[in-house]
Design a protein around this ligand. Structure first.
Ligand code: ZN
Length: 207
């Protein structure tokens, strides 16, 4: 399995190979959208979408002069909720096309949520999705983003089933307070709360 730095180098090479082909085969503006998609794939990797900690891409962003620290924090905050939900090397983050599509859908939804919350826009979510997913530029961007994700998946050993590397769920915690990592601690607390809520409800409803 490759580390983050190797994945990163591979995705840069991917852009170098795909961009000239895109400009040869497509209209210039579609080729630009597709190339931007491959560049987004340098940093928003399948691992960023399922590891709720610093990864190589966030380290890379932190090296941007002056604003790097801010960009890194914004990046971590943006992907944190999705990464918290998805177990590492999940199908939903790593499987070609599906993983990228979930990331795109999440990015649109979460951006919409922030813009509504901050009163920056009043668009309805369904309109936003309809308009964006119908756009040829967004589709070209999506296809471009898929390419480094596919390379990442191949470098991870191309897992297709649970036996070959995908995990259905995180390893169960050893005890209620088995970890001192604050995020893992909160996660364990949340899952314990969910379990006791479910059994409580089951008692109330008699099933
Ligand atoms: Zn991976």
């Amino acid at each position: 399995m490759s580390d983050g730095a190797t994945h990163f180098k591979a995705s840069v090479v991917t852009t170098a190979l795909v961009a000239p082909l895109a400009f040869y085969a497509l209209d210039t503006d579609l080729a630009v959208a597709l190339t931007i998609g491959t560049v987004v794939g340098w940093v928003v990797t399948p691992d960023v979408r399922d590891i709720e900690r610093k990864t190589y891409p966030s380290f890379f962003l932190s090296t941007i002069p002056l604003i790097g620290w801010f960009v890194e924090i914004a990046f971590l905050v943006f992907w944190f909720p999705l990464a918290l939900i998805l177990p590492h090397r999940s199908k939903l983050s790593h499987l070609p096309f599906l993983g990228t599509f979930i990331a795109l859908t999440y990015a649109i939804f979460y951006s919409w949520l922030w813009s509504r919350g901050l009163w920056l826009s009043t668009y309805h979510l369904t309109d936003v999705f309809k308009e964006l997913l119908a756009s040829a530029y967004v589709r070209a961007f999506f296809l471009g983003w898929c390419v480094p994700d596919i390379v990442h998946w191949l470098m991870d050993g191309a897992p297709i089933g649970r036996r070959r590397g995908f995990k259905r769920r995180r390893n169960a915690p050893q005890g209620p307070f088995a970890t001192d990592h604050p995020i893992a601690f909160l996660r364990d607390r949340a899952s314990l709360a969910a379990v006791s809520f479910r059994s409580h409800r089951a008692r109330l409803l008699g099933y």
